[in-house]
Ligand binder design. Structure first.
Ligand code: GTP
Ligand code: MG
Length: 372
């Protein structure tokens, strides 16, 4: 193939060139629009921006560029479940809420199958619609993922204990949700406790710009108890109402791409990663590149340990077959050529190492501040 300049590339994939320049800048590289991009760089951009590859032809290092998929046609987009993250102060009931919703949803007998943390799972509501919950690994991880461009969540549930009110991490969660620009639903938890004071919670949240409907705002407030399983149905119906309004859609008919939620090294299985599929359909035997790692999917399981042959948009799955353990927040992308995947992963790894090395000499605004 003829070498491509960054500006030609930007035109072909329908992205503003400034975004590509900005991306490289954030990686510590000053590239301009006349820079010629290597195949590896194009693959890296594909991974970062989520460009897809066509399924029809064989991907080679020579034709990698021609293989980028054009943007989705509206008729190819299908409704997908909303992806929800629960955030709130320590001990306000995040885990209990997730567990209560999951347990009342898992068929008895299946419950024992939950052995590994997958970091996310799907719940089927009474109306038969699915919701994907991300078990947030903490605010820091959420911020880290977002700073790397991985927007995993559609809706944030802000959980506040009715007997404790707004606390420092509640405030942090509000900031994160606002920065992400996603709708917020407030779940006022622990209503079963004698000290519960929901009016106080409402007033305190108002001071932070979270306005309940009866205060003239548009943030849904749901009152309940994660422990006593009260208000859970209402919470789910509210999530689904927002999902219907927002009309979350994705194209399932292409190579899968998405984000790594968690990963670890299993003694017998090797690197295990839980991933959230955001576009396309992930299949057993697919060749995947995830951050600086790559491999062929040998095994795929859902959140209750059931084997899966495919995973569709908004579905979280555990995958086995990567050569190394990827990082939470890494993007993943399916390609149909193992050699190309390996060369892109290796090029990224090389860059990563270089960056780490040079980062040590770069002063950031924060590091300067701490030195004053
Ligand atoms: P961290 O993960 O440490 O941030 O806490 P968390 O937000 O996940 O809180 P968790 O679900 O662990 O709940 C903390 C404590 O509050 C536990 O002892 C729960 O049993 C209790 N709890 C959670 N929800 C309720 C509730 O609705 N009512 C009552 N009475 N107790 C609750
Ligand atoms: Mg917890």
């Amino acid at each position: 193939t003829k070498p491509l300049s960054m500006s030609d590339f930007a035109k072909e994939v329908n992205k503003p060139i400034t975004e590509i320049i900005k991306y490289y800048f954030s990686q510590g590289m000053m590239l301009n629009q006349n820079t010629t991009l290597s195949d590896e760089q194009m693959g890296e951009l594909a991974l970062h921006f989520g460009f897809d590859f066509k399924k029809e032809q064989n991907l080679t290092k020579e034709n990698i560029f021609e293989q980028f998929q054009t943007p989705d046609k509206p008729e190819d987009l299908k409704v997908r479940p909303p992806v929800v993250t629960i955030m709130g102060h320590v001990d306000h009931g995040k885990t209990t809420l997730l567990d209560s919703m999951h347990n009342s949803n898992v068929v008895s007998g299946e419950a024992g199958g939950i052995t590994q943390a997958i970091g996310a799972y799907q719940v089927t509501s009474k109306s038969g619609k699915k919701i994907t919950f991300i078990d947030t690994p903490g605010h820091e991880a959420f911020t880290e993922m977002r700073s790397r461009g991985a927007n995993v969540t559609d809706i944030v549930i802000l959980i506040v204990a009715a007997d404790d009110g707004v606390m420092p991490q509640t405030e942090e969660a509000i900031d994160h949700a606002k920065q992400a620009g996603v709708p917020i639903i407030v779940f006022v938890n622990k209503m079963d406790k004698p000290g519960a004071d929901p009016e106080r919670v409402k007033t305190e949240l108002m001071r932070h710009g979270i306005l309940a409907e009866d205060f003239g705002g548009d943030v849904p407030f749901i009152y309940g108890s994660a422990k006593q399983k009260q208000g859970l149905e209402e919470l789910q119906e509210t999530i689904l109402l927002i999902a219907e309004l927002k009309d979350y859609k994705s194209n399932p008919n292409k190579f899968a791409s998405g984000v790594v939620l968690e990963a670890h090294l299993d003694k017998s299985k090797g690197p295990v990663a839980s991933v959230l599929v955001q576009h396309g359909t992930l299949n057993l035997r697919d060749v995947v590149i995830a951050g600086t790692t790559h491999g062929t999917i040998k095994d795929m399981e859902n959140e209750v340990g059931k084997k899966q042959k495919t995973a569709i948009p908004s579905q979280p799955v555990l995958i086995i077959g990567l050569n190394e353990v990827p990082h939470a927040g890494d993007k993943f992308l399916v390609m149909n050529d193992e050699k190309v995947a390996r060369s892109i992963a290796e090029a990224q790894l090389h860059q990563f190492v270089e960056r780490e090395r040079s980062n040590k000499q770069i002063f950031t605004l924060d590091s300067i501040k701490t030195h004053i």
